[in-house]
Design a protein around this ligand. Structure first.
Ligand SMILES: *[C@@H]1O[C@H](CO)[C@@H](O)[C@H](O)[C@H]1NC(C)=O
Ligand SMILES: *[C@@H]1O[C@H](CO)[C@@H](O)[C@H](O)[C@H]1NC(C)=O
Ligand SMILES: *[C@@H]1O[C@H](CO)[C@@H](O)[C@H](O)[C@H]1NC(C)=O
Ligand SMILES: *[C@@H]1O[C@H](CO)[C@@H](O)[C@H](O)[C@H]1NC(C)=O
Ligand SMILES: *[C@@H]1O[C@H](CO)[C@@H](O)[C@H](O)[C@H]1NC(C)=O
Ligand SMILES: *[C@@H]1O[C@H](CO)[C@@H](O)[C@H](O)[C@H]1NC(C)=O
Ligand SMILES: *[C@@H]1O[C@H](CO)[C@@H](O)[C@H](O)[C@H]1NC(C)=O
Length: 503
């Protein structure tokens, strides 16, 4: 609160300085890449997700999701998405900002409980209307919609009824929800991502308990009153894979031939590097990559979990039946990748008895999450490059969309976000390097378009190209320097970077 007040009093001054500065800034300096260096068809955009920006949480028939419940219990930094950036009412203005920013594509998610308030059953006409309008607005401005179906916001009704993603029942309900989306929006939406960060959804929500639905049995980060950290993360990922492949099967059977779209699955991909050159640490880093990435990629590419995980988790990791393995294998057109940080890993054999271990103990590695908690992320673009190389080499070079990547800053900071520009410049450069070395990466979406509600930290951290003044009834948006920088890149001019002239 205090931070925002400080900012407010300085705000008009900042805006003034900023506008003057801009008149002077527009000097483009030569750097080592430009938009035109990316292959034909490569797409650039930015993204947000429903609960983080939409607001209108209780309007027009929407019901709460598990994220609403989690936020209202005080977790997302004590903040919630009741109003957020009010994109529900302001989407037309926002699409205009996207045009100004030169976005070619926009990634957003659908709020399941806005479209189907009961989780299953009748479609809410007002929810349907909203997403139709939103998609039409994007298309009429030449912006390609990339739509995610599930971004941490399961209808609370399904969580209450059968435990949400813990139950096999989710497969049928998710497929029915996906069918509504394909049927209603698939004439205009070509890129679908079923589930966002399935691995982190499972680890954060069911092992550590610090993300919705906040279940755990080991007091790591929060003290959970229910859950089972030893088994539930594995069950949840299993059910996301089954639900995804069921939706994909439906798409291929009923929609693909007419709609010609693509269906993918999203992974949160940290890149793990060894803490030291000791062989045990080098192996621990490889193991961590198998646990975080292979957990999802192995089933999609080979039809089963990595053998190292099956060995470590034993009976706690579900087994694919022959039928399921066949359904899951090959069920992605692309992988959506969210990448922010490179993390160092130490070997750490677990002393906990095997049957009561959790995901982390099964992995037998100590992961330093300091980088996650820092106010800003370290700039280590080689991590993204290595991750893309790894996906290429180990998993058959499937098409990849980087669906989230960006720098965190404190929201109370300045509109002069040079650290975000530095980060984006470096990471987009590493994507180009990887593409030049044969990575099948097809697109890049910066996170995020607006400063929205963040799962960790609420409105304190910010990632956006646009600052949203939450103390202003109009929730006005203000472009940061990074928005101008990105616009310059996307509109085909040379990248404007450290040589920015400010006077
Ligand atoms: C969890 O509860 C235990 C026992 O009450 C306490 O010692 C610990 O500090 C708590 N941990 C957290 C993260 O709140
Ligand atoms: C978790 O589930 C497993 C398997 O059902 C069981 O053996 C274990 O006791 C459970 N742990 C907790 C903390 O409930
Ligand atoms: C590992 O060894 C290489 C070559 O000697 C050195 O450059 C690197 O810094 C070492 N890495 C670590 C993590 O100690
Ligand atoms: C933002 O808040 C942090 C922590 O309160 C403080 O250290 C920093 O100086 C503030 N930044 C600005 C630009 O006010
Ligand atoms: C923006 O920030 C950079 C780096 O901190 C600084 O060099 C530059 O002078 C700032 N520009 C303005 C107008 O504050
Ligand atoms: C751009 O320059 C940086 C630093 O000099 C280098 O690491 C990177 O590989 C270059 N990228 C491209 C695409 O040439
Ligand atoms: C480039 O790709 C080839 C083939 O996948 C690989 O062997 C090589 O290590 C890569 N080069 C770099 C610098 O990553």
């Amino acid at each position: 609160m205090m931070m925002l007040q400080n900012l407010q009093s300085n705000f008009s001054f900042l805006v003034l300085i900023f506008s003057i500065q801009l008149l002077l800034v527009i000097v483009f300096c030569v750097d080592n890449y430009s938009r035109g260096d990316f292959p034909p068809g490569f797409v650039f955009g930015a993204g947000t997700s429903a609960y983080q920006v939409e607001g209108a949480a209780f309007e027009d028939g929407r019901t709460p999701s598990i994220w609403d419940t989690f936020a209202h219990a005080g977790f997302s930094g004590g903040a919630n998405g009741d109003i957020a950036c009010d994109v529900y009412h302001k989407y037309k203005d926002d699409v205009q900002l996207m045009v100004d920013t030169g976005l070619e594509a926009y990634k957003f998610s659908i709020s399941w409980s806005r479209l189907i308030p009961g989780g299953r059953g009748p479609v809410n006409p007002k929810g349907l209307q909203f997403y139709n309008n939103y998609i039409d607005e994007l298309i009429s401005h030449g912006i390609q919609p990339h739509v995610t179906l599930f971004h941490s916001d399961l209808p609370q009704a399904l969580e209450d009824e059968y435990g949400g993603w813990l139950s096999r029942k989710i497969v049928k309900d998710f497929t029915a929800y996906a069918e509504v989306c394909f049927k209603e929006f698939g004439d205009r939406v070509m890129y679908w991502t079923t589930i966002n960060e399935a691995n982190i959804y499972a680890i954060g929500g069911y092992d550590y308990g610090f993300t919705p639905p906040g279940r755990c049995s080991l007091p790591f980060v929060v003290n959970c009153s229910r859950g089972n950290s030893s088994t539930e993360p594995y069950m949840v990922v299993h059910n996301t894979l089954l639900a995804h492949s069921s939706a994909m099967e439906l798409y291929r059977r009923n929609f693909k031939s007419t709609q010609r779209g693509f269906v993918g699955f999203n992974i949160y991909g940290m890149w793990f590097v060894p803490y030291s050159n000791a062989t045990v640490d080098v192996i621990a880093a490889q193991r961590a990559n198998e646990f975080y990435i292979g957990w999802i990629m192995n089933p999609f590419v080979f039809g089963d979990y990595p053998s190292i995980m099956k060995k470590a988790a034993g009976a706690r990791i579900p087994t694919f039946t022959t039928y399921e393995a066949k359904l899951v294998k090959g069920s992605v057109d692309f992988i959506g990748l969210n990448h922010y940080i490179t993390v160092s890993v130490k070997d750490r054999p677990s002393s906990i008895e095997k049957h009561s271990r959790d995901f982390g103990a099964d992995m037998a590695a100590e992961v330093s999450l300091e980088a996650l908690a820092a106010d800003q992320y370290p700039v280590m673009p080689s991590g993204l490059y290595e991750l893309l190389e790894y996906l290429k080499e180990a998993y058959g070079n499937l098409p990849i969309y980087i669906q989230e990547n960006g720098q965190k800053t404190l929201r109370n900071g300045t509109l002069n976000d040079t650290s975000r520009i530095e980060y984006l410049h470096a990471y987009i450069g590493s994507v180009l390097d990887a593409v030049r070395n044969g990575s099948n990466t097809r697109g890049y979406f910066a996170w995020s378009f607006l400063d929205g509600l963040e799962l960790l930290g609420g409105y304190v951290p910010s990632y956006g190209f646009y600052y949203v003044d939450l103390d202003d009834n109009e929730l006005r948006r203000y472009p940061k320097l990074s928005a101008y920088w990105y616009a310059n890149l996307l509109k085909g001019k040379e990248v404007q970077f450290s040589k920015l002239r400010t006077n």
